[in-house]
Design a protein around this ligand. Structure first.
Ligand SMILES: [Zn+2]
Length: 344
């Protein structure tokens, strides 16, 4: 079964390990085979057709490291802008690091920027890699940076992570934050991403921001790694209204395997994954469900799967339910392929 996973954080882990292990292990860790949840060998085992690799920036860490909180007025703004630039450079470094891995493993995988390339890779027996950025705050209101990321091969951007940025506000249990919509630069960013042919990702966004994106975007929008809020009431998950609105726009949502988004208890198994998929299918339809594992993006909670190589277990569980092969094929890759073809 051909698998397209719309979100993993493995590149961030590779870069972190490079920094930590420079002396202990001068060769660092690599993408071909590593102790993380995603590597090329495990992807092959899962029948991977394409993997979206996120360049994740933890802006809060950058801000704390520079102690922005003690500054006021113009000093604070100047420092914040400097921090955004550092974070932007860090994302560019991650992109280069990922490119190096793709070049070194050209027999197995290749950086991919559109539907035609993806199909060609599949015909040649190769997996495809899409680059994404998770944290639009690195743009710091600068459209040229977005254009540059596109030139570097980035084809999806998660507008923000868990903090306010120049684009909008994050998901939150605080209703005031949650109802906030996009900022002016947020609308401009969505427009420019539509023009360039970049997928707009609403995962992590406030509900208010979500509705602004859905109303404003001319292209299908994705929630690359989000589940159903009615089953697991976390603000990172999607309400039924949001699922319906995304689906009506031709968008999709990728099932997130983070245990706390699957089950409030933080202990989650195949049954929970099946429940969320069934619900998203009932509410959003057959064309709506996709996968966005979030592997290597979490290390808490308890998950029945250890890595991406075990995804076939979920496939078998879905088959035992009432889903037929053609439906599961859509969840596994068909729906993501449609969005890639329409947007990129
Ligand atoms: Zn995320």
């Amino acid at each position: 079964m051909r698998l397209i996973d719309m979100h993993c954080d493995t590149i961030s882990l590779l870069v972190q390990e490079d920094d930590v292990n420079l002396e202990k292990n001068p060769f660092g860790v690599n993408l071909r085979q590593n102790p993380f949840c995603v590597d090329l060998e495990k992807m092959k085992k899962a029948g991977s057709m394409a993997q979206f690799f996120a360049c994740f920036i933890n802006m809060k860490k950058f801000m704390e490291a520079n102690d922005c909180s003690r500054l006021v007025g113009d000093d604070c703004l100047r420092m914040k802008s400097e921090v955004c630039t550092q974070a932007y450079k860090s994302a560019l470094h991650m992109i280069d690091r990922a490119q190096k891995e793709f070049a070194e493993n050209a027999d197995l995988i290749s950086l991919t920027t559109n539907y035609e390339e993806l199909i060609r890779n599949a015909e040649n027996g190769k997996m495809s890699a899409f680059l994404t950025v998770e944290e639009g705050g690195i743009l710091d209101g600068n459209r040229n940076r977005l254009d540059h990321l596109y030139e570097k091969g980035v084809r999806l951007m998660t507008l923000l992570w868990n903090g306010e940025n120049g684009i909008g506000y994050p998901n939150s249990r605080d209703a005031q934050i949650m109802n906030n919509g996009l900022k002016k630069f947020g609308f401009e960013t969505v427009e420019r991403m539509n023009e360039l042919g970049m997928i707009v990702d609403v995962s992590h966004l406030s509900d208010g921001g979500f509705w602004d994106v859905v109303k404003h975007s001319e292209k299908p929008v994705v929630a690359s790694h989000s589940n159903a809020r009615v089953l697991c009431p976390h603000p990172r998950n999607l309400t039924d209204e949001m699922i319906r609105a995304l689906a009506e726009k031709g968008g999709i949502a990728g099932l997130n395997l983070y245990p706390y988004f699957l089950n409030e208890s933080g202990k989650a198994g195949i049954d929970d994954m099946v429940r969320h998929i069934e619900h998203m299918y009932y509410v959003g339809g057959e064309e709506f469900v996709a996968l966005g594992t979030d592997f290597d993006g979490f290390d808490d909670g308890e998950l029945e799967f250890k890595n991406i190589g075990e995804m076939n277990g979920l496939y078998e569980a879905l088959k035992k339910r009432k889903f037929n092969d053609s439906q599961i094929e859509k969840f596994w890759s068909g729906n993501a392929l449609r969005v890639i073809r329409e947007v990129l």
